[in-house]
Design a protein around this ligand. Structure first.
Ligand code: RIB
Ligand code: CA
Length: 318
């Protein structure tokens, strides 16, 4: 039987409940060779999201050192989201303590090392602000050719969620997003257009909880917490943003994807951080982004459920 072709992957995010679930999903993908986890400030401060990332890596038994990234955006002050993710950034279930030391390398140095050493081109999956990736591209333009693509959760072609026009990850660092969207790299964007349809309902995660393995129970408890604030906004299900950036790579067939030229608004008094698609071709520019705009929700949930089922007999030291 032919050997499965492994796909080198870097996970960059700000865990964050939905980042955490995205990384649980990613850890179950046989084709993924997770080369590095890097952190960026966003949902919480850099210190907190990095501690969370190291605990998630321990939970998933990933034999890698987490590398700390940027603690603030390129311009402006840091925005954090304790209303969604709590004071720790990952409030809810108890997690194992880190079982690997923090890397001595910065996120950018780690990303550059992985790109230099990888024989294959590397896929970068971002689920927070794009500060680290932008810094990597600015510091190491020669390594762009080693990047297969960037699958990113961020933006929204029709609406924002932190301001009317801007989604949180882009608004945290619009200049970084501008650098990435102008990099010429293959981009696949899971904006709010799809992630606000990636709804997991309480009955869905009760099924996950009923799998009764340590990771599935933690995922269910993460959703218990995440849904507290999300439901207060009127949502009937948890908007599972970040897992879309993983799921759309491994099951593209359940998503609707459209190619647009997308740019980042930097100056608008009310629209800074908006991801603006040239729907009508007025800018006469080639599309720079594969925009994921819809999904088969039931299949999304089923694949997430299957992924959580892969942790039977998983030992977790709490
Ligand atoms: O707008 C949703 C995004 O912001 C998600 O990545 C969530 O984790 C927060 O970072
Ligand atoms: Ca995130």
């Amino acid at each position: 039987m032919s050997e499965l072709k492994k796909r080198p992957v870097i996970l960059d995010g700000d865990p964050g409940h939905d980042d955490a679930i995205a990384w649980v999903l990613a850890s179950t993908v046989d084709e993924f060779d997770i080369k590095a986890i890097t952190t960026v400030a966003g949902n919480q401060t850099l210190e907190k999201v990095t501690y969370n990332a190291r605990r998630i890596a321990a939970l998933l038994k990933l034999d890698i050192e987490v590398a700390k990234g940027r603690n603030r955006p390129i311009a402006g002050d840091l925005i954090i989201a304790p209303n969604f993710h709590g004071e720790t950034g990952l409030d809810g279930p108890k997690l194992p303590e880190p079982d690997h030391k923090l890397s001595d390398l910065s996120a950018i140095e780690m990303m550059a090392k992985v790109l230099k050493e990888s024989k294959e081109k590397v896929t970068i999956i971002t689920t927070g602000a794009q500060t680290n990736v932008a810094a990597l591209l600015l510091a190491h333009p020669e390594l762009k050719e080693k990047i297969e693509m960037i699958s990113t959760m961020g933006g929204g072609l029709r609406n924002g969620n932190w301001t009317t026009g801007a989604e949180f990850n882009i608004l945290v660092d619009p200049e970084a997003a501008y650098t990435v969207y102008h990099s010429g790299l293959p981009l696949q964007m899971c904006g709010l257009d799809v992630t606000e349809r990636a709804l997991v309902y309480p009955e869905d995660w009760e099924r996950i909880r009923a799998l009764n393995n340590p990771v599935a129970k933690i995922v269910a408890e993460w959703l218990d917490f995440f849904f507290i604030h999300v439901s207060s906004l009127g949502w009937k299900g948890a908007t599972l943003h970040d897992p879309c950036a993983v799921m759309s790579l491994i099951h593209p067939e359940i998503f609707e994807i459209k190619d647009y030229y997308v740019d980042i608004e930097l100056k608008g008094e009310y629209t800074r951080g908006a991801t603006v698609a040239d729907y009508h071709g007025r800018l006469n520019k080639k599309p720079n982004c594969r925009c994921v705009v819809d999904l088969d929700r039931e299949k999304f949930v089923e694949y997430l459920y299957e992924a959580c089922g892969k942790f039977a007999d998983w030992e977790v030291n709490l």
